[in-house]
Design a protein around this ligand. Structure first.
Ligand code: HSE
Length: 317
């Protein structure tokens, strides 16, 4: 497939770097103010070197990337709330041109799920978005394989940055600001890390899960989520929890009662207390008990593998 990649941050760059290994070709790569477009296939390395050296990926304009001849638009610009722009506009443009869309950007499917589905229904292209929930973990494909009708609830750790901060604070007694800077250095934190520590990123993922599980019967947005972050959590709360064999994790829940995210006491060493940037989603199923999906929920190459797995799932145009 020919890929046009909008967004040249950690995820967009990794998709560009790994595309050839998955037998796909990058014909355009854009960041917010520049683009490199080549119908014959880009030399990805040169575009990324240019970004490092000069702050631009090439001499073209982002609009040239949107206008280029691609099969799949990979939308990896930063997640934005409310109207989800500019990501939503990129999705619209691609679908109106009957091209496929693969999203790493959560905004369009968290804030405008019904609009995206309506555009898709009028298009010859499809929209896939595995990378928006849990990085490398096959969360949405597990729902697809298991059947949304057979899943009654989902719960888990869906933000690597917050989990890294909580597990480092508990293990090392480090303070919050110090650990956040470490998470940013790892490249897992959002462009705006308040999304991570205030629970917004985890809530967006839960909203996407809720939309997928609802199968169009109801639309969820961030406004439907009850959200509490970890930025006010004192280190002493972790110490107290530890005395009882417990710890604290930022847990997201999708149940019949709606979407909730907040710090919760969980048993130390339990499945829902992963360490570092690891994530876990637990599905409650109708007839088969609990199903766990865990792994790396953040990071450039990790999230890029989910994007490229989606590209491999798309039918030929
Ligand atoms: N910043 C997110 C996290 C990764 O820390 O989990 C992408 O959603």
């Amino acid at each position: 497939m020919k890929l046009a990649i909008m967004g040249a941050g950690a995820v967009g760059s990794s998709v560009a770097e790994l595309a050839a290994e998955y037998d796909h070709e990058v014909v355009a790569l854009a960041d917010s103010n520049s683009a490199a477009v080549d119908a014959a296939g880009l030399t990805v390395e040169s575009a990324l070197e240019r970004k490092q050296a000069d702050g631009i990926v090439g001499d073209d304009d982002p609009q040239d990337a949107l206008d280029s001849e691609y099969d799949v638009l990979v939308e990896a610009t930063p997640t934005t709330l409310d109207d989800a722009q500019p990501g939503f506009g990129h999705v619209r443009t691609a679908l109106e041109r009957d091209r496929h869309v693969v999203l790493a950007n959560k905004g369009p499917v968290a804030e405008r799920y019904a609009d995206v589905r309506a555009l898709e229904s009028e298009s010859g292209g499809s929209v896939l978005f595995e990378a928006t929930v849990g990085g490398a973990m096959p969360v949405l494909s597990t729902i697809d394989g298991f059947g949304a009708d057979n899943i009654t609830a989902a719960r888990g750790v869906l933000n690597g940055t917050a989990n890294f901060i909580l597990s480092r604070m508990a293990a090392e007694g480090l303070d919050y600001e110090h650990v956040l800077a470490e998470a940013q250095d790892l490249g897992v934190a959002e462009a705006d890390p308040t999304f991570d520590v205030e629970g917004i990123d985890a809530a967006l993922k839960c909203v996407i899960l809720a939309n997928v599980l609802a199968q169009g019967e109801r639309e969820f947005t961030l406004d439907d989520a009850d959200i509490e972050g970890i930025s006010d959590l004192p280190g002493s709360a972790l110490d107290l929890a530890h005395e009882d064999g417990q710890t604290i994790r930022l847990i997201g829940e999708v149940t019949d009662d709606g979407v909730r995210v907040g710090p919760r006491l969980v048993a130390e060493h339990s499945a829902v207390a992963p360490t570092g940037t690891r994530n876990i989603v637990q599905f409650e199923t109708k007839h088969a008990g609990r199903l766990n999906v865990s792994g790396r929920g953040a990071g450039g190459p990790e999230t890029a593998t989910a994007v490229l797995a989606d590209v491999d799932r798309l039918p030929p145009l």
